[in-house]
Each structure stands twice: as C-alpha cells, then as structure tokens.
Write a protein that binds this ligand. Structure first.
Ligand code: UT7
Length: 292
C-alpha cells in the first residue's frame, strides 16, 4: 500500500501484526464481545452491572452511544451508560471515573470497555499512520473490594498540543472524509517525557516505589516508548505486558487488551501490583496503580 518495509516497521515501532475489523463491526459490537468475556471472568450477570463506560473515539453513532449499544447487546437493563472520549488514554480516564463512582457509592459494579477501530480512520496512502493502528476491544469489571483494589489513579491533559494528533469528525455537507493525522516524532518525544512523570507521580501518590511493582501494563503505541518507561522504572522487560507486536496501536483498547493478555496467560496473578498507563490525542494521559 505504501513505500515501507517490515524492517522499518519492526525497528521503529515493534509492530509485526495488526487486527483489522470486518466491515460490519463497530466499536459497540466489538465492545460487547469484550464485555461478555469480562462478565464471564468476573462471574457476574448482566443485571449486576450498574454502570457501563465505553472509552472510544470511533463510535458508529454519537447516540445511541456505544455504551448504550453494548448494554443492549449484553442485556444490561438498569445501568447508567455513556461513552468517554480521551483517545488512546480513554481506558485510563474511564478507570479513573469508575473508581470515583465506586468510592462515592454511586456505583457498585462498573463495566469499563475500551473499543476502537482506528485502522479505518487512517489514510491508506499515509505511511506514517497506516502501519501503526489496529482495531480491538478490551473490557474489565471494576467493583468494591476489601482485599484487592485501586491504590492510586492519575489523569491529566495538555489542551495546547491538540494539532499534533487529531481525528476530525466528518461534518454534514463535507465531501471528503478527513483522516487521522499524527506528527509522530513530536508525539513520541512528548509521550516519553509525560509517561516518565506520570508513572513517578502515580507511584508517589500510592505511597509505593517501582520495586513494589509486579507488572507495567502500558498503552501499546511504540515499543521504544514502552521500553523508555520501563527503564525509568528500572523494570526488566519481562515485567512489561507487550501486545503491540500482535495488535499494533488499538487506541483506547490497548491497555485492557494488554491486561487481558497478562491475566489470561497466567503471568498476572491475584495480588500482583500493576501500573496501567496511557497517553494519547488531546494530549491526554492517565494511569492506575492497582492490586489485582
Ligand atoms: O497512541 C497515541 C500516541 N501515539 C504515539 O505515541 C506514537 C508516537 N510516535 C511514534 O511511535 C513514532 O514517531 C513513529 C513510529 C510514528 C515514527 O517513528 P520515528 O522514529 O519518530 O520516525 P520519524 O517520524 O522521525 O521519521 C523518520 C523517517 C522519515 O524520513 P526522512 O525524513 O528521515 O527521510 C519518515 O518519512 O522515516 C520515514 N518514515 C517511514 N519510512 C518507512 C515514516 N514512516 C515510514 C514508514 N516506512 N512507514
């Protein structure tokens, strides 16, 4: 499709494969599939869920939201349901919101879904983006617990750098569909700096040090960014969950997909301390320090 090579992509990004959704898939249909697996893993029924949050910036409809559609597809009948747009940091933002809702007693069981179809948002002739993004969905259920839980969360945004990574929403009457735009090397440099500060701040907030961590579960944008964050924390790469070699950058889905991979592969065990982090368009970034 574009002038590139497997060698360039592998060396500069770490990506070997990506998953592309079928034409009839949507953020909601994929999110519902992920949500069903999360409910099963949590041993819960649809009516146990009182809030559904779908982190996405590729919803097929503004309304009904993907979260409402996911609730419909899963038979969740009495939950508050809404989408949350924070690009690649969407899951971390959703986690932060869900955590607050549980702390205040507004919710007891929140289904958090990250679902995005970014491959189809990339210009097929733009080699700087078309090689990076894949489609995917991941989900988890967050609930109250005395033994496990959230140690600290942090989320923030820099609203003055939005033009470096953007996805215009097509407007009525517009003839061309605008593509995703990314000034990759500028985003790269900023991501490395922000993520280093983010992980440090989150550990401080949680009263922990990097030595307490069992796993880093990072956003999967670029292996070099992930490795830089792991170095900052003095973590061995064996303590980092990496999925981008198989999935590419799946935006809001990448952290829950990595969490899923870590748990289902048996690497992440009950009681492990995990640091989830992500950075994306906006710029937005967020983290969660949790005892699984
Ligand atoms: O998930 C949301 C946040 N996103 C990110 O965190 C992504 C951050 N950015 C990145 O991961 C990297 O910046 C990229 C993988 C996108 C690009 O890697 P880079 O090492 O920063 O490359 P670059 O943009 O500085 O480009 C270096 C060269 C350029 O050629 P010249 O000007 O040096 O001749 C590009 O035109 O590589 C060229 N290039 C490519 N060559 C072959 C750019 N894309 C390609 C490609 N194949 N696909």
């Amino acid at each position: 499709m574009v002038e590139t090579s497997d060698e360039w992509i592998t060396e500069r990004t770490g990506i070997k494969e990506r998953r592309i959704a079928a034409a009839d898939e949507t953020a909601a249909s994929m999110g519902a599939a992920a949500g069903a697996k999360a409910l099963e893993a949590a041993g819960l029924k649809p009516d146990d869920i009182d809030t559904v949050i779908c982190a996405t910036t590729s919803s097929a409809y503004a309304f009904p939201s993907s979260a409402c559609e996911i609730a419909r597809l899963l038979g969740i009948r009495r939950a508050m349901a809404f989408d949350l747009a924070a690009a690649c940091a969407g899951f971390s933002y959703a986690y932060s919101v869900a955590h607050s809702m549980i702390l205040t007693g507004q919710s007891e069981k929140v289904l958090i879904v990250g679902s995005d179809l970014m491959a189809r948002a990339c210009d097929p002739t733009d080699r700087t983006t078309i090689i990076l993004f894949g489609d995917g969905a991941g989900a988890c259920v967050l609930g109250k617990s005395d033994t496990e839980g959230t140690i600290a969360v942090h989320a923030s945004a820099d609203p003055f750098s939005g033009e470096l990574l953007s996805l215009p929403v097509p407007q009525r009457g517009q003839s061309d569909t605008p593509w995703l735009y990314m000034k990759g090397n500028e985003v790269f440099k900023r991501a490395v700096v922000v993520l280093a500060e983010l992980v440090t701040k989150t550990l401080e907030k949680g009263g922990m040090s990097a030595d307490d961590l069992d796993f880093l579960v990072p956003h999967q944008a670029n292996l070099r960014i992930i490795a830089a964050t792991a170095r900052k924390l003095h973590l061995d790469m064996s303590q980092v969950i990496v999925t981008l070699d198989k999935q590419g950058n799946t935006s809001a889905a990448s952290v829950p997909l990595a969490l899923d991979e870590g748990v289902r592969s048996g690497r992440i065990k009950r009681g492990d301390v995990l640091l989830l982090e992500s950075f994306g368009g906006g710029f937005t970034w967020g983290s969660a320090l949790i005892r699984y």
